[in-house]
Design a protein. Structure first.
Length: 586
């Protein structure tokens, strides 16, 4: 169990140290110091208030009216200072937690997008489930709960130091019994409930996230599900995910029931023990009646300070599960970052990428799937001449889209070399266009959102892609819409072509980017592309696409390939069409 706790502490510090040693460290440390000073102040006032509570009881029992009203005035004056002090403590603690969450969220988001980790983790690492929940919910819980726990420990230490002196002056045996009682209770609770509650809380976080994700998938794929009439299957899957969360939570609350039985019985003793210990002195006339109240208040404060783990055990178990999820996520992000900086080794050769200014070429490349279990194409060598187009064709599964992934660096399993310009000079258009959340202007400018473009130029580009008056139909260029729902697939593909013509990259990569268009619109868009002078590589199945490309690369299912010019292909097609069959069959 000790090793188990140390593991959580190590994981916690691996996450926390980045903030406390960042460029905001002095601001963070200053806020933390101020919070601790406020804690010290209200703890001292708590001792005074506890003492005055005892004084009130003693004054009443002695029928001492002057002493009673004097104590009331001191008590009220102390409260005037105590109330804003404690409120300020809560505010600064929450403000520090909010600042920490802001920094840590940005820290994780930066690493999530660094070196395309978001792509590789979601495609290759099945252990990292629901990264969205880890960045949003787990980071929030980590920053808020860790501060509450840390400051609870600080408050407990201050309370033990302050109130132990009060108890020591009233009854020394109370202190000894208190320490022993809290120690035994803590060891028993952690030993019996530690691992089961940690495991169940970790599982609950995962299962709740899976349940929420299944509902999000239904929302994102509502139309496809409706077309397939897949409601029964999707409903059963959502209910199944919820049933897993339900069953796990049922086991969790059963363990919490047992924990509550123990803690409720365990925490009842401090309310009666001080009275039992102090009673003989009061009956003998050695102590005032108010000392019972004072001893009871001090005893309870010290007890719950020493009893911190037992009192907060459920929240600690939930917090520990969140720490572990966040730590494994950070570990995967760091591992991916290191892997992107280091060679994979001799046994796992990778495709080398060389950045050149004005060239796109593949030299003797063998491409494999990321798990290296399947070879897609062997010894491919092809060059894309500046200002020309290359069409890639082949049966489904032969590696056409995978070739594009290799060019932009998403896949590197295999051997050979790719020479290409920087990714800033390339723009990728997929079969299912990526429609961002934002305005029509944002859609057209993406990913160069800071470009300054006049509305008249945007309107002209829309005319070029056969979407005239689109901005007038949908509220102008600066109106936010759900464009993926608002536009048809064909309109989306034309709008993405507008993005291409507006950004004017040196190289365009098109993965069946006109599959939803009629032949006339497809011809019109490719003419625009040819007139722009861009170098482009397309993937497609339509025979008509060969009319807009100078070269054609045919891939096959047996890893081979062939390269020919579109003129040669046209001659072959023409010969087939003009050939006359023999009138005298054998």
């Amino acid at each position: 169990m000790q090793r188990f706790n140390l593991t959580i502490l190590k994981q916690f510090w691996a996450i926390a140290k980045s903030y406390w040693s960042s460029d905001e460290k002095w601001r963070a440390r200053g806020l933390l110091l101020l919070v601790i000073l406020l804690s010290l102040g209200y703890t001292g006032l708590s001792v005074l208030l506890n003492n005055k509570r005892g004084e009130l009881i003693s004054a009443l029992s002695a029928h001492d009216e002057a002493r009673f009203w004097q104590t009331i005035l001191i008590f009220a004056g102390t409260l005037v200072i105590y109330a804003p002090l404690y409120a300020g403590y809560d505010y600064l603690r929450d403000r520090l937690g909010l600042e920490w969450r802001r920094w840590l969220t940005n820290y994780f988001v930066d690493r999530y997008f660094q070196n395309r980790a978001f792509y590789h983790l979601n495609h290759a690492d099945a252990d990292i489930d629901n990264p969205d929940q880890r960045i949003s919910e787990d980071v929030k819980s980590f920053t808020q709960e860790s501060l509450k726990i840390l400051l609870a420990v600080v408050d407990s230490l201050l309370a033990v130091a302050a109130f132990s002196g009060v108890l020591w002056g009233i009854s020394k045996p109370l202190i000894l019994f208190l320490v022993l009682y809290a120690l035994v209770g803590t060891l028993a609770t952690v030993g019996v409930f530690g691992k089961p509650l940690m495991r169940l809380n970790f599982g609950q976080l995962k299962k709740e996230a899976d349940f929420r994700f299944s509902l999000v998938r239904v929302r994102e794929n509502a139309e496809a599900i409706a077309f397939y009439q897949g409601e029964p299957r999707e409903s059963a899957q959502v209910k199944g995910r919820f049933a897993e969360a339900f069953d796990n939570f049922k086991r969790l609350i059963f363990w919490e029931l047992n924990l509550n039985i123990l803690t409720n019985a365990y925490e009842f003793i401090p309310f009666i023990l001080p009275a039992i210990v102090v009673a003989p002195g009061i009956f003998a006339g050695d102590l005032e009646v108010g000392k019972v109240t004072e001893a009871q208040g001090a005893f309870i404060r010290v007890f719950f300070s020493l009893n911190l783990i037992v009192a907060r055990f459920q929240s600690l178990a939930t917090f520990g599960a969140g720490v572990e999820r966040l730590y494994t996520f950070l570990e995967c992000l760091e591992t991916h970052h290191l892997a992107s900086q280091e060679s994979e080794g001799v046994e796992k050769t990778t495709i080398a990428t060389e950045i050149v200014g004005d060239r796109l070429a593949i030299d003797n490349m063998t491409l494999q799937t990321p798990n290296r279990q399947r070879t897609l194409v062997e010894n491919l060598s092809v060059k894309l001449s500046t200002g020309e187009g290359l069409l890639v064709r082949g049966p489904s599964g032969c590696g056409k889209s995978s070739l594009l992934r290799a060019i932009v660096g998403l896949w590197d399993a295999g051997s050979g070399k790719i020479l290409r310009p920087t990714l800033d000079e390339m723009l990728f258009l997929s079969q299912r266009p990526y429609m961002i959340l934002g305005t029509l202007r944002d859609q057209m400018l993406y990913p160069n959102m800071n470009s300054e473009v006049e509305d008249s130029q945007l309107s002209q580009i829309l005319i070029q892609v056969n979407l005239p008056n689109l901005e007038q139909t949908h509220g102008g260029f600066n109106t936010e819409q759900n464009w993926a729902e608002l536009l048809s697939l064909g309109e989306q593909q034309r709008l993405i072509f507008a993005r291409l013509l507006l950004n004017k990259p040196s190289y365009a990569i098109l993965d069946e980017a006109t599959s939803a268009l009629d032949p006339q619109n497809e011809k019109y868009l490719y003419q625009q592309l040819q007139d722009s002078g861009m170098t482009f590589l397309s993937i497609g199945h339509r025979e008509s696409l060969s009319n807009y490309h100078e070269s054609i690369l045919d891939l096959t299912a047996d890893h081979t390939w062939s390269l020919k010019s579109s003129e040669t292909l046209s001659i072959e097609i023409e010969m087939e069409e003009t050939a006359v069959p023999c009138p005298y069959p054998d």
